[in-house]
Design a protein around this ligand. Structure first.
Ligand code: UDP
Length: 319
């Protein structure tokens, strides 16, 4: 079978109400862009997402899909979708209309123009993003830029076009942890960035709870920097410097001012601060050790229950 020019990969977790409309929208936009396929990745949805995807695949030969046994997370769904896609260029985007499908021709044009990666970023001052999310996201990318080995522009989204070479590089990447935005930047392929104004979801709600956002943020840092592990050294140097001054002060007071230092309060403060610093550093080390263990185990990071070939062979099971 001839490989398509363009694949569009869409992770979907509880997006039942978006699948039919998204398929129709993409087909309208992609019909002038050469051969294409639409690849949905059902990430363990517990609504009717999978049956909506099956219907879309039954109704159109350009819709393919895979479905996970349970929820493995957005980044894993992206990764599985990239492995399943066959296009010469692959576009990844949300299934919930927060990434405007109308931008796709612009991404493809930039690829025809030679870019291997066409990244996207939300317009500055995008009012559709809650101010707190916009602020913390900016702060996070600045922090990652300062300590990590990649520079990700604030407002970057997991909405991008990747050339087949880039997709193959990701597919051969052995890391268990992926932070697609960062990994792709880290490769260093020629990149073009297109700005967009974020669409609003018309169905369902964001699955990125605070905990998930923190998880993704920590993954991004752990995947691109070992600087946090050096925090212990900096804290130790600071503690040593302060300790030295305190010793000088105590000795001078004892011999020359002839009063011993009382200082229960300062003693307590020192113990508490040092205790907290030690626990913090231990926690950071624990985070990296845990990730190393996960890498060493090398477990699959997702499990596929079904793909479109099961639908053709009649093996797709009703949920
Ligand atoms: N998603 C997923 N698995 C998850 C959470 C989200 O596949 O565990 C999908 C979701 O259906 C959507 C995309 O990833 O297509 C982005 O998620 P969401 O819109 O919740 O994130 P937001 O853009 O609101 O931060």
């Amino acid at each position: 079978m001839n490989e398509p020019d363009i694949s569009v990969v869409l992770p979907a977790h509880n997006e039942a109400g978006n699948i039919t409309r998204m398929t129709a929208t993409l087909e309208r936009i992609l019909k002038d862009q050469g051969r294409y396929e639409i690849v949905f990745v059902d990430d363990g949805s517990d609504d009717d997402t999978l049956s909506a995807i099956r219907d879309a695949a039954a109704g159109s030969s350009s819709v393919r899909y895979l479905s996970f046994t349970r929820n493995f997370g957005h980044q894993e769904a992206l990764r599985a979708g990239l492995r399943h896609a066959r296009g010469r260029a692959v576009i990844v985007m949300d299934a919930d209309f927060e990434h405007p499908p109308e931008l796709i021709p612009q991404l493809i044009a930039a690829w025809h123009d030679g870019a291997k990666v066409v990244a996207t970023k939300r317009e500055d001052g995008d009012a559709s993003l809650p101010p707190m999310k916009s602020f913390t996201s900016k702060l996070y990318y600045k922090f990652l830029d300062a300590i990590g080995d990649v520079r990700i522009e604030p407002g970057s989204a997991d909405f991008m076009l990747l050339d087949r070479n880039v997709v193959n590089t990701i597919n051969n990447f052995a890391d268990q942890d992926v932070f697609l935005r960062g990994t792709v930047r880290w490769f260093g392929y020629p990149t073009r960035t297109v700005t967009f104004s974020r669409g609003s979801r018309t169905y369902g709600k964001s699955k990125y709870t605070l905990k998930r956002m923190i998880d993704l943020a920590v993954t991004g840092i752990a995947a691109h920097s070992v600087q946090p592990l050096r925090l212990a050294i900096w804290l130790a140097l600071a503690a040593a410097a302060i300790g030295f001054l305190l010793v000088v002060y105590s000795v001078v007071s004892f011999f020359f001012i002839e009063s011993t230092v009382t200082g229960w309060t300062s003693l307590m403060a020192t113990v508490a601060i040092l205790g907290a610093a030690q626990l913090l550093v231990l926690g950071i080390i624990g985070e990296y050790v845990g990730r190393t263990l996960r890498e060493a185990r090398g477990r699959p990071t997702y499990v596929i229950a079904e793909t479109e070939t099961d639908l053709v062979s009649g093996e797709a099971s009703a949920k």
